[in-house]
Design a protein around this ligand. Sequence first.
Ligand code: SF4
Length: 251
Amino acid sequence: MLRKDRYKAFVAYFSTHQPEAETELVYANPYQLLVAVILSAQCTDKRINQITPRFFEQFPDVLSLSLAAPEEIFELIRSVSYPNNKSKHLAGMARMLVNDFNGEVPSDINELQKLPGVGRKTANVIASVVYNAPAMAVDTHVFRVANRIGLTRNATTPLAVEKQLVAHLPQDLIYIAHHWLILHGRYICVARTPKCHICPLTSFCRYYEQMQTASGVKKVAAEKSKKARLLQENKSRKQLVSVLKQMEVPE
Ligand code: SF4
C-alpha cells in the first residue's frame, strides 16, 4: 500500500469515528494548560489531573505563580516526576510570561520555546490545542503509532516524525490528528504488545501487514532486538559516564 493511501485511510477513519478528540489534561485557560503540559513531561495525564485542582487554587493565575518561590511550588507537585526541575521551570516560566509577554501565553512556537520548561513538544501542544495551529507535538505515542501504521518512513527523531506528519496531513486536521495518534497509542496501539486483535486500523497498518508474513515477523523481531541492543548500549554508556564522573575522569 502506498503511503499516501495510508494517510487517506487514516484521515477517513478518524474523521468519521472520532471527529472530536481532545487532550485528557483538565484545564480552563491557556495558563492552566501550559502549567499542566509542563508538569506532564514523563508523567501521566491522570496523575497531573489529580494535583492541578489544588495547584490552581493556590496559584489561580500567572501573576500569583510568578510571585511564588520554587520551594512553595515543589510542595504542591512533589508527587509528579522531576518535581525539583519542574518547580524551577514553573516559577521561571511565570516570571517570564509576566515580564516579557504581558502575562499572556504566546501562540508562536519560537516565542513559546523561550519559556523555561517549554521545549518543542510542549510548544506544539500549546499552539495546536489553544490556538488550533497546524502544529504536531510528537510524544512517544505519536512517534510509535505513526511509524507502525506507516505514516512515517525512516524517521528516527521526533523532529523528523513531526516534519513528515505535517507535510502529509491536511493542514486543517493536523491539530486533531495529534490527539488521534496519542489516544490510539495510549489505549490500543500500546508500546509493548499492540492490541491488533481489536484495532480498526488493520486494513491500512504497515506493521499489521508485515506481521501477516513470516518474513515480516522476522523483520519485526530483528528490529526489536536491534532496538533492545541500542538501548542496552546507551544504558551501558550512561553507566560508564556516571562511573567516569564519580572518578572525575574525562569521558
Ligand atoms: S493494527 Fe496493531 S500495530 Fe497497527 S495501529 Fe492497530 S494496534 Fe497498532
